[in-house]
Design a protein. Sequence first.
Length: 450
Amino acid sequence: MATAYGPDTRDRHRPGTGSGGHPPAKHVLPAALRAPFEGRTWRELGYVLLSMPISVVLFCFAVTMVSLGLGMLITFLGIPILAAGLAMCRGFGAVERARARALLRLDVADPAPIRGKGGLMSWVGAVLKSGVSWRHLLYAVLHMPWATFAFVVAVTFWAYGWAAFTYPLWRWVFPAYAGVGGIQLYGDRTHQVYLDSPFEMALTSALGLALVLVTPWIVRGLVAVDRVMVLGLLGPSRLATRVSELESDRGVVVDTAAADLRRIERDLHDGAQARLVALAMDLGLAKEKLTDDPEAAARMVDEAHGEVKVALQELRDLARGIHPAVLTDRGLDAALSAIASRCTVPVKVVVDLESRPAQAIEGIAYFTVSELLQNVSKHARATRASVDVWRAGDRLLLQVGDDGRGGAGVSTGSGLAGLTERLDAVDGILVVDSPAGGPTTVTAELPWRG
């Protein structure tokens, strides 16, 4: 197993850390005062402004093509026209996903491509049967009214906020060119009210400042709806995503099983098999010397007896590595206690389970704790460790902690990285909390399957 205690590249999953494991940047100004000038605010405002013309074009195209296709269904041409319209909506969807990635930092996976069996009609049928295509059409229809509303709200608040905030700087335009003291709030035949006194200008500027500060949060609320629409209508379906995850997990399981088989074959070839071959040769020599030199033959038989014991121990260790008998017979409590007894530091084991999970989950839990305790023995430089196992709802939780030097990380190529992949294959999670200097706490979560 590769060294797992090194620079941590996955600590960004811990609360209170930023991207790449670094603490979040500290700002002098509070978020409310920084928001109008942050890059995120300007990107989101740009997204809202671009949504208006893009959504109008997409809406008009979608309605035109669908109406034309449905209107011509009486003829054969209506079906390919409708399919072409849906395909073009998918193309517009790719543009919208790219725009969301660039401006909203929203990473949306591309849906699966259309797979026809060959020929135009096969492709048309695949497009019309694709739920992704119809969701893109629904996005084209629904996004236009929402984009119009968001555009009006964002531009109104933004324009009025900055105009009122900077009013003292450009009020001179009114007396210079309009012959009035300032902005007119009210006017009839006998009364006119203008914002022209210092107090009124200061009050207008303060109101504008409030609008400037609140506008970024309004824009964020507006684009939150866009995020939901893009994720829900332009991304892959949950079923397709789940199928993709299962395919990936199946590949991990197959690779892990192949690696285990290679390990078992290597251990048998290099260990017990080589020892048994040497034993057979020694017994053959002892048989030849039995009549000529009985004492030498007796010594060789005695040595062969020792080799048999060693070979049996290696076979037991190998069998324990495949699936220990104590786990099958007595469950996790006894099996983990046996692992803990072989650790180089004292280990406290607490297993709080009223029943046993499925054998597959139990085996993964056993080998997960075994790998983590091996890390403690080899790399942690700890004086004590602990193992806690309990059930929370439909999840089995394991927690292994030590008081060692810390710095454990799920970096590429490390033992913890391989352990993470194994847990992912069964919808499990591995979380590492290991600051430099320790202590280290590794929590694994597995589905409970009784």
